[in-house]
Design a binder for this molecule. Structure first.
Ligand code: SAM
Length: 282
């Protein structure tokens, strides 16, 4: 994996055909990638819900398009919200599965998958070029422990993943939504944490990182206040950056602007005993 592109260079595309864009030759209504990810697989444009991402049509290079066409049927899945995912079947083994939300171009995801082949990574994003890029990286580096999900992580968690099925959650540099009127779009909020907690096995680690300090403070407050999570950092604050988290593309851009990066490492607490929930008798 040493030849994986360094995420510190945000202008270095990972695929071999960098710079070449996919020519728009489709007829109106024709799918962008017939065998690839679908546009809005859950039909969520019709769901009135605040989203943590900005839908955008992005340029897909020929290398990314090629990866999407060839590899999507093998390693991709649309988040359509219509079926329960069997993670053992999806990965073809029973290794623990970590969900990464918002992998961007996927360089850090590929590095982590290569460094830890005993862990399966279910990587979800709505960003089509990134999906192609990550598939290309997985093929190039022989990474069989990555599956790429296309769609909204909320629908994946809510409709498709079984309770307690995840052994970890990674959210690296989620969109910071800096304007006050957009704060409601931030992913890491109490409601999201409550949903995520139901899908995480007891002891599962939640690892977040951000270069936007007000958001880092919000993450710390929300996670600290949440009864389903406990801080693994000895002092109860931000965690030292774990050596296993590679520099991500957005992190590199943030550091170039002089931003401070904070990591948060929380653990899903053991499920409360059913009779602990009963009202006291006598
Ligand atoms: C700021 S980028 C960070 C990408 C990458 N982790 C990095 O550090 O370079 C945030 C990514 O999260 C994705 N995202 C935001 N909300 C999402 C959601 N609800 N479901 C799936 N992806 C989401 C966006 O599409 C975007 O690619």
């Amino acid at each position: 994996m040493s030849d994986l592109p360094r995420a510190s260079d945000p202008h270095q595309p990972a695929d071999a055909h960098a710079g070449a864009s996919l020519r728009h030759t489709r007829a109106k209504g024709e799918p962008r990638f017939p065998d690839g990810p679908k546009a809005d697989p859950a039909g969520s444009h019709f769901e009135r819900r605040i989203r943590s991402f900005q839908p955008r049509r992005s340029r897909v290079t020929t290398g990314q398009a090629d990866a999407l066409q060839r590899l999507w049927p093998l390693w991709g899945l649309d988040v359509d919200g219509q079926r329960d995912l069997d993670l053992g079947e999806l990965f073809g083994d029973a290794r623990p599965v970590v969900l990464e939300i918002g992998f961007g171009m996927g360089e850090a995801t590929a590095r982590m998958a290569a460094a830890d082949p005993g862990t399966n990574i279910l990587a979800v994003d709505v960003h089509t070029p990134g999906q192609g890029n990550l598939l290309a990286l997985a093929e190039r580096h022989g990474l069989s422990n990555i599956r790429v999900a296309n769609g909204d992580a909320i629908i994946l968690l809510r409709e498709m993943l079984a309770p307690g099925s995840l052994s970890g959650l990674r959210v690296y540099f989620p969109d910071p939504w800096p304007k006050t009127r957009h704060h409601k779009r931030r992913l890491i909020q109490a409601e999201f944490l409550t949903l995520a907690a139901t899908r995480l096995a007891p002891g599962a680690l939640v690892h977040c990182a951000t270069d936007w300090e007000p958001y880092a403070e919000q993450m710390l407050d929300e996670l600290t206040a949440h009864p389903d999570f406990e801080n693994t950092a000895p002092g109860g604050g931000f965690a030292p950056r774990p050596a296993h988290r590679p520099l991500t593309r957005f992190e590199g851009q943030g550091l170039d602007k002089g931003h401070v990066v904070n990591d948060l490492l929380f653990r899903r607490v053991p499920l409360r005993d059913a009779h602990e929930e009963q009202p006291p008798t006598g």
